[in-house]
Design a protein around this ligand. Sequence first.
Ligand code: KG4
Ligand code: ZN
Length: 376
Amino acid sequence: MILSIESSCDDSSLALTRIIDKKLIYHIKISQDEEHSTYGGIVPEIASRLHAKRLPEILKKLKMFLNNDLSLIKAVAVTTRPGLSVTLIEGLMMAKALCLGLQIPLICVNHLKGHIYSLCISKDFAADSAKDSSKNAPPPLLESHTESLLESRQNKQDSLGVLLVSGGHTQILQINDFHHISIIAQSLDDSFGESFDKVAKHLNLGYPGGPQVERYAKICEINQYKPYEFPIPLLHNKKLEFSFSGLKNAVRLAIQDIQKPLTLQDTSRICAGFQNAACEHILRKTRLFFQHFDGKYFAIVGGASANIYLRERMSELCNEFDKKLYLADLEFCSDNAAMIGRVGVEHYLRDEFTPLLEAQIAPKSLKGDFVESATF
Ligand code: KG4
Ligand code: ZN
């Protein structure tokens, strides 16, 4: 089995993935939402300190799960890029120590590749060892077919297009195979998830903002209030690129103009108006992508892919263009070590290891992992 570690941002997580059938056998994650909530965003120093404390705590639990017998662990996979430098380093230090102690190889994993592989995590444990908020989750749309989509393919029509929406990234990717991933579109400024966080911060809704803004948008819909109308970003721009900073500022100015304190109606109308504009922007650009994309398959991944409104609207768009839509189980949308372990298995099977002395974090770098495409 592979032991995997994720600490690229504000989730401390460890997992065990069996090599032979790529199944997840143990997963544990502690989020830091509460600790960062009062600041309306992640404070890197606090995140780093919490990882330093919690990673060893959850390693202890993992050891108990294995009855202290770590001999079945064949390699350690750890997120080394991209992410926050002070938090990535905590995971990498633990990974190196484990590799040294157990005399096993190290696998450095790209976090974004992890999000893509969240589409094909399958669990092999009855009791859910992962502490997460998936109680009301709809059934996963995961099929074994997804797995073959991520393997090498001959036919252009079998291509998988992926919308990656997280706190750090907003990208449309085209997956050719494990080593050939092209960036078709990305954000010029803020990411989709980050814009939800900033709107929530202006409204004092806490961190992370995505689930809060979505909740208030739902209140607006249920009460049949009229959502605010915000301009849709890059409306007349035909390029495949995203931008959220203008929309974020429009929301900030609208909040400034409302008499304080804000009522529930004000807050929910703002959230619904913002979510409508942000999702409409994503959908319009995806529509543009579909006009040129031959592939039959499309997926949404990343923390913000948990947004039900985005999922529903994207599902309509995929129906219109006759694309089959894949979604990760809600439990694995936000950062977790299960997805890192799943990528780790792929590297392991290809004998792709990094010598301990060469392993480094690369907070920003995507070099060598994804290529920018000029096809569209
Ligand atoms: O992938 P992730 O866990 O971390 C990064 O790699 O960045 O994504 C976290 C982001 C946060 O910005 C959070 O607000 C956003 O995902 N998010 C959402 C929702 N749930 C989480 N955004 C919109 N709607 C949601 N339901
Ligand atoms: Zn992430």
